[in-house]
Design a binder for this molecule. Sequence first.
Ligand SMILES: NC(=O)c1ccc[n+]([C@@H]2O[C@H](COP(=O)([O-])OP(=O)(O)OC[C@H]3O[C@@H](n4cnc5c(N)ncnc54)[C@H](OP(=O)(O)O)[C@@H]3O)[C@@H](O)[C@H]2O)c1
Length: 278
Amino acid sequence: MEFKELGKSAQKIPVLGLGTWGIGGFSSRILRGDDEEVQALRSGLELGMRFIDTAEMYARGHSEEVVAKAVKSERENVFIATKVSPEHLSYNNVIKSCEASLGRLGTNYIDLYQVHWPNPSIPIAETMKAMERLVADGKIRHIGVSNFSVQQTREAQEALSKSSLAANQVEYSLVDRSIEEDLLPFAQKGHVTIIAYSPVARGQIPQGGHGERWRVLDQIASKYGKTRTQVALNWLIAKDDVVAIPKAASLPHVEENAGAVGWRMSAEDYEALSRAFR
Ligand SMILES: NC(=O)c1ccc[n+]([C@@H]2O[C@H](COP(=O)([O-])OP(=O)(O)OC[C@H]3O[C@@H](n4cnc5c(N)ncnc54)[C@H](OP(=O)(O)O)[C@@H]3O)[C@@H](O)[C@H]2O)c1
């Protein structure tokens, strides 16, 4: 596995993590038995993807419970990121949500606690004050946000007095390049880690399509003996301060995605791919 520093901290995190939206259910709890998903997550951990991303919102908390089953006795060796929902961003609710996530995750600390979406009706300073309280109490190790614009990220940073903002989790893939306009350069300059979500464009990249861009992707994939998905993930993690969290519900997909690390394409191929998907 390759690692990158998380934000400006000394903490190193794997460049590929395990996404859990849909694990244990989507917007409702599915309690049909989680064996397959637990197995997929465990295999991801064994393959070195020792970074799991979840949220209190996923499957109404059941996703965190599935993560707990997968991590079990290995807690110290896994970097766990979860998120507080936008309706819970008042000081007291952040503290309450964190306690509830700790309970479901079966742990006494969260490595990265992220604000899932901004909520303009609650001042970010109030939310960040609660986040710093949680750091002081040892309940969370690092503070992050998700779906924050440059301006919102700046406001979150300015609201922190003792910690620095570690990460912003946003949509980023070959297919969705919108953060390249301003957020990506801003984050790289200030060393805020970009955690790329939907990095295989919710399945669009493996399914692919026809036309010039897909031809270029296929050509590069065959040159390096890799799949479309592996090339697309490699393209992301080759960038400074960017890590990616493809969904990890299926064992074959997790195994394939792990093959996105440990190699690099040539600068020319990298550029050709960037141009093709511009
Ligand atoms: N912060 C946020 O607001 C936010 C929003 C969205 C997502 N996220 C996080 O980011 C993670 C990933 O995003 P995502 O789930 O939206 O999208 P994604 O990982 O880009 O795509 C998931 C889809 O791609 C398929 N897939 C994954 N790897 C594959 C492979 N190697 N070959 C073929 N198909 C493959 C999955 O199928 P299977 O289900 O069959 O494996 C699923 O249909 C989420 O799980 C979640 O943790 C965060």
